[in-house]
Design a binder for this molecule. Structure first.
Ligand SMILES: *Cc1c(COP(=O)(O)O)cnc(C)c1O
Length: 426
């Protein structure tokens, strides 16, 4: 940690909190962030040459493992032809077609540079299409950092949005209504009062930004029903779940068709890519076809598209997701057993290559208030023990974990060994 400490001190002089994205600063768990200089397969190597088994995967994109040879090769090939032209290139259509093959609800889509851009743009399209202003989101769901989406819940189901961040105008926050995740009755009440003003419901179909929380059976389908009844649009924010919980995303797993979908993370394979798309009649509102303006100097960048296509080509192989799913679920089951044997209350869960665990005896954990009741000091102790043992987990109890195709039994066994010692010492 010597060099990481030095680098962090230096960074704090010039970057706010030393970082370019806040969770990286370790504020929630305390201590010093680790500076990595290299990744390969399931491993990261820090500036002091210590190796870590990685379960962050750059917060999701690295589903093929770090520096996968096919992805690096594709990026290098593309880079030789120039880094971008600001004009259409064939490769943008190729990535779009690959996405559509697995997510047929994406009838028309646009590429952007981040998940934040994708959700922000999808909401503008939903408002432009419906002529309505209000949007509905769920407590604990994260949809990027645009103004209207940085709104947390008040205590009641119908509380008007309070901004979650300084700098968000009250008038903007008020357009965002928040509901408890998995509470269909609260959603019905809200719609019975304000349904005709709602442009869209936006939801993470499997919540991954409050730890991992699964939708209760029927919840997503009921939201779809409500949207149909009231003329609102259903937006699945699959920035995390898309090509992560399965090849067809959460919409494929739960057989619910959203009107619009947002993607990011895996579709860029580690480079900055997002996308939003959906029903043709809705997406035809987007400029230059329609009146909803949306643009990007670097959107559809050829290097980023090449990285995305190479990554999707790896995970399209027929065995990829069945193997990833089996390995991930086996891993978290063993983790739960170890915790139980050490009398540490723990609930773990996984879907596809995504997992989460909470230090609580609640099972299942299905909403944000349960998440907040989990034992965060246990998490912090666990996190630091694991990090010291060379296991890189997200530095917050409110994040999901990610397994890649490069993780093997060797890495899982080493991780579980470290976890057993950590549970013993909690
Ligand atoms: C990561 C994430 C975003 C934001 O994407 P960025 O690329 O960080 O802007 C939006 N929605 C969900 C569900 C995410 O997980």
């Amino acid at each position: 940690m010597k060099r990481s400490k030095f680098l962090f001190t230096e960074a704090q002089e010039i970057l706010p909190g030393g970082v370019n994205s806040p969770v990286r600063a370790f504020s929630r768990v305390g201590g010093n962030p680790v500076y990595f200089k290299r990744g390969k397969g399931a491993y990261l190597y820090d500036e002091d040459n210590k190796a870590y088994i990685d379960y962050v995967g750059s917060w999701g994109p690295m589903i093929a493992g770090h520096a996968h040879p096919d992805v690096i090769h594709a990026v290098q090939e593309a880079a030789q032809n120039g880094l971008g032209f600001g004009a259409p290139t064939e490769i943008e259509t190729q990535l779009a077609k690959k996405i559509q093959l697995h997510m047929p609800t994406m009838e028309l889509m646009r590429m952007v540079n981040s998940g934040t851009e994708a959700t922000m743009s999808a909401l503008r399209v939903a408002r432009g299409f419906t002529g309505r202003d209000k949007i509905v989101k769920f407590e604990g769901c994260y949809h990027g950092h645009s103004d209207g989406l940085l709104v947390k819940a008040g205590s009641g189901a119908l509380t008007l949005g309070e901004p979650d961040s300084a700098g968000v105008p009250q008038q903007v926050a008020e357009q965002t209504l928040t509901l408890p995740f998995n509470d269909i009755e609260a959603a019905k009440i809200l719609f019975s009062q304000l349904g005709e003003q709602v442009a869209a419901i936006i939801i993470e179909p499997v919540a991954g930004n409050m730890g991992m929380v699964m939708p209760v059976p029927g919840f997503l389908a009921e939201l779809k029903r409500l949207c149909l009844d009231y003329g609102a649009l259903l937006i699945f924010d699959e920035v995390m779940t898309g090509f992560r919980v399965g090849l067809k995303g959460a919409q494929g797993l739960f057989s619910v068709q959203p009107d619009l979908t947002t993607l990011g993370k895996v579709i860029g394979g580690g480079l900055p890519v997002g996308s939003f798309g959906g029903r043709r009649d809705i997406m035809e509102c987007v400029a230059p076809l329609g009146p909803v303006y949306q643009a990007g100097t670097l959107s559809g960048n050829p290097i980023a598209m090449a990285s995305g296509i190479a990554t999707l080509s790896i995970i399209e192989k027929p065995d990829f997701f069945p193997d990833l799913q089996a390995q991930t679920s086996n891993f978290v089951k063993r983790l739960e057993v170890l915790a139980r044997d050490r009398k540490v209350p723990l609930t773990a869960n996984s879907i596809g290559g995504m997992f989460g665990f909470f230090f609580t005896s609640d099972n299942p954990v299905s909403n944000f208030s349960q998440v907040l009741n989990s034992n965060t000091s246990n998490f912090n102790a666990f996190f630091h023990h694991m990090l010291a043992s060379g296991i890189n987990l997200a530095p917050s109890p409110f994040e999901s974990g990610f397994v890649s195709g490069a993780h093997t039994e060797q890495e899982f066994a080493a991780t579980l060994d470290a976890a057993d010692t950590a549970f013993k010492n909690i």
